[in-house]
Structure formats: structure tokens, C-alpha cells
Design a protein around this ligand. Structure first.
Ligand code: MD3
Ligand code: FE
Length: 226
């Protein structure tokens, strides 16, 4: 057996891995990264935990202060849940629909969010809220900023499951041109720092059947709300 010193420039840590197994970290903003397929190894633990959360806090369509019913249905888990109605947006400790505290954030959710944040360089992410969005074909989210959190120092970690989506990653004004980022089942995006207040949205979801999730896209967004 001969040992050869490795050339640090050409040494490829993943040379022996299947192409599909290679982590592909795409930088889409100064402090924003797409981690392709990062959630896939977690799915067998993630999906049953999701079912349990949704049994306690089912998806519901909410009305915005402007009077429009969102095409996306929402639920939450963790200490703080996000809702909207005619009177405004808010984080609350209790689900207004049941009066009960939001379901606890499952351990596997928390661990996945932390692992993804760390992978993107945010070493001490402690989410206290997970907003769960459900898109059926045709559902969309128009350009908006997430400004309901108390501090913008923590990143947001977003997990995409099911049908693919085109994410719009905009600028700091609604009118700025946005970049289109395709997101697939298992992808995770971490948005932080200077990119935290960018406008963003999701184009209408196309018809389709996902083998594991069916006719829907589910997105988790982990946040530090308080
Ligand atoms: C980018 N959800 O829930 S991922 C939302 O796919 C939301 O369901 C989208 O926008 C979805 O508010 C997009 C999450 C996301 C959240 C905050 C961001 C992306 C962001 C803040 C800045 C830039
Ligand atoms: Fe948002």
C-alpha cells in the first residue's frame, strides 16, 4: 500500500460518493444558501412527526388584513405560532382555533433546522417557531417581507417537501427584480443576515402528483420569533 500526499487543491472529499449524494450548496444571496436534498435522509422521522402536529393543529386558510383569503393553508408548532386575520398578523402562544398551546416542536424538526443552519454557517440557531405552509396546485405566495419577528439576527430555515416550486428571491423593495430559484422535494434554504429582509414569494404551484406527498407542496419555515 502506498500513501500519497493529497494535493489540497484537487482533493475531493466526495469523489467516491454517488452524484446524487453530493451535497450541493448553492449560494443565492450574500448570506443565503440552498442545501439540495438536505432533508431527504430525515424524511422517515419527519413525516410522522408532521402528521402528529397536523392532528393537533390542522391546516386552515387564513384571511389577510386586506381581506383576501390566502391560497396557502397554514399551521404552526413550537412556542410561537403565526396567524393572520382581518385585524392583522401575529405570533401567539395559543392556536386561536382551539385555544390550546401550539403543538410542541418535534425534536426531529428542531434537530433538522439546527443541522441545516449550521451547514450554512449559522452556528447557534434556536428556532422557537415553525410555520407550516401547504400549497395545492394553483396556490401561491405573493411578494412580501417577513417582519413580524422581534429580531432579524437569527436566520430562517425553510424545508420544501412534495411538489416543486419556483421561489422568488427579491430585493429590499417590492419593485426590485427578483431571482427565480427552483425548489424541489427535500431542499432546504437558509436565509440570514443581510438577506433576512428581502422580498420573497412563491409562483403558483403547477399540477402534479408527488410520489410521497401527493398533490401538494409542504414548506416548513423555522424562525426565532422572540
Ligand atoms: C427569504 N414561505 O412562510 S420559504 C413564509 O415557500 C414564506 O412557503 C415561502 O415566505 C414558502 O413567510 C418561502 C421561507 C422564507 C421565509 C423568510 C424569508 C424565505 C425568506 C426572508 C427573507 C428571504
Ligand atoms: Fe415569507
Amino acid at each position: 500500500m502506498r500513501y500519497e500526499p493529497m494535493n489540497p487543491i484537487t482533493f475531493d472529499l466526495f469523489a467516491d460518493a454517488e452524484p446524487e449524494q453530493q451535497p450541493r450548496h448553492e449560494q443565492i444571496g450574500e448570506q443565503s444558501y440552498v442545501l439540495r436534498g438536505f432533508a431527504l435522509p430525515w424524511l422517515d422521522r419527519l413525516l410522522p412527526a408532521l402528521e402528529a402536529v397536523l392532528t393537533a393543529a390542522p391546516f386552515r386558510q387564513m384571511v389577510t388584513p386586506g381581506g383576501f383569503t390566502m391560497s396557502v393553508a397554514l399551521s404552526s408548532c413550537g412556542t410561537w405560532g403565526w396567524t393572520t386575520d382581518r385585524n392583522g398578523y401575529q405570533y401567539t402562544r395559543n392556536d386561536p382555533q382551539t385555544g390550546a398551546p401550539w403543538p410542541e416542536m418535534p425534536e426531529v424538526f428542531f434537530e433538522l433546522a439546527q443541522a441545516a443552519a449550521r451547514e450554512a454557517g449559522f452556528m447557534a440557531f434556536v428556532p422557537d417557531s415553525c410555520l407550516i405552509n401547504r400549497y395545492v396546485p394553483g396556490a401561491r405566495m405573493s411578494l412580501h417581507q417577513d417582519k413580524n419577528e422581534n429580531a432579524y439576527t437569527a436566520p430562517i430555515v425553510s424545508v420544501s417537501l412534495g411538489l416543486p416550486a419556483t421561489f422568488l428571491f427579491g430585493g429590499f423593495e417590492r419593485s426590485a427584480k427578483s431571482q427565480r430559484v427552483p425548489l424541489f422535494h427535500g431542499d432546504i434554504v437558509v436565509w440570514g443576515g443581510v438577506d433576512r429582509l428581502r422580498y420573497h414569494g412563491v409562483l403558483p404551484i403547477k399540477e402534479g402528483q408527488h410520489p410521497r406527498l401527493g398533490e401538494q407542496r409542504i414548506n416548513f419555515t423555522f424562525r426565532t420569533a422572540r
